[in-house]
Design a protein around this ligand. Structure first.
Ligand SMILES: Nc1ncnc2c1ncn2[C@@H]1O[C@H](COP(=O)(O)OP(=O)(O)OP(=O)(O)O)[C@@H](O)[C@H]1O
Ligand SMILES: O=C(O)c1ccc[n+]([C@@H]2O[C@H](COP(=O)([O-])O)[C@@H](O)[C@H]2O)c1
Length: 228
């Protein structure tokens, strides 16, 4: 949508910001392809990747420390000039709610930005279970992308406001963070499922390998100087 700058009398193009939220434990090529495809289709100026702080719907799982997930997201997106990473969710205490993510980003970016929240088909189908779901569609347009093994136009999606969501087919990558964690734990390769730097980071800080240090929720981040 274009606005008008009254001082100059010229049409001003509004900034188009994609928001790719995820636990990213670890980030993989499915996430990166989804963001890249939506950026191209919606002519986005930037896609900001936002690693979750506490993914409350994944409680009961052993989620890696936020700093590791944040650093992997930075490493994976570094080569794309339109991809950035935000700490808003990992720096906010408590459970992570997208309604807070979008409000924080809106406060940071100002009123001249249009928001496009990118989600896979599985996450899209659960949106009505998210906190403050009724507010979400006032804060962003939602783009739901295909994911192998998940129905995109599920019955749950029929209840979402049609003018606030777009369903979009992206190249099918049957990759999940769960599968990568399991592969690493079994000593199998993760090469080419994730960017090379992520394979190297996972090995460097011993992420996902079976062992007592990975069973503890209080595992120290290497930056603290422990664990080496
Ligand atoms: N292969 C994929 N193709 C399309 N979208 C994906 C893919 N993997 C994840 N997504 C989407 O990316 C977002 C973040 O996903 P998330 O970080 O939870 O990854 P995940 O692979 O689903 O993780 P896990 O296996 O640990 O549940 C979600 O909206 C999810 O639907
Ligand atoms: O707002 C909520 O209540 C909510 C509940 C579950 C997931 N989300 C968001 O959905 C995105 C994908 O989450 P996940 O758990 O599939 O990695 C991420 O940005 C989460 O913060 C948001």
């Amino acid at each position: 949508m274009n606005g008008t700058n009254p001082a100059a009398g010229k049409a001003v193009r509004r900034y188009r910001l994609g928001v790719m939220g995820g636990t990213f434990d670890p980030i993989h090529h499915g996430h990166l392809v989804a963001a890249s495809e939506v950026a191209s289709r919606f002519d986005l100026d930037e896609v900001v990747f936002v690693p979750t702080g506490v993914p409350w719907q994944k409680k009961g799982r052993n989620v890696s420390p936020g700093e590791d997930r944040y650093l992997m997201t930075v490493i994976a997106t570094a080569s794309n000039p339109r991809f950035t990473v935000s700490r808003v969710d990992i720096d906010r205490p408590g459970d992570t709610y997208t309604v807070d993510t979008l409000k924080d980003l809106r406060a940071e970016r100002g009123a001249d930005t249009d928001f496009f929240f990118i989600t896979g088909a599985d996450a899209l189908a659960k949106i009505l279970t998210w906190r403050g779901a009724d507010e979400l569609f006032d804060l962003a347009h939602f783009v739901g992308v295909t994911r192998p093994g998940v129905e995109l136009n599920s019955p749950a999606v029929a209840h979402l406001p049609k003018d606030k969501i777009t369903l979009m087919e992206v190249p099918a990558l049957a990759i999940s963070s769960t599968a990568i964690r399991e592969r690493v734990a079994r000593g199998e390769p993760a090469w080419y499922l994730v960017p090379d730097g992520i394979v190297q980071y996972m090995a460097k800080v011993d992420l996902y390998r079976p062992g007592p240090e990975n069973l503890s929720a209080t595992r120290q981040h290497p930056a603290s100087g422990e664990g080496h």
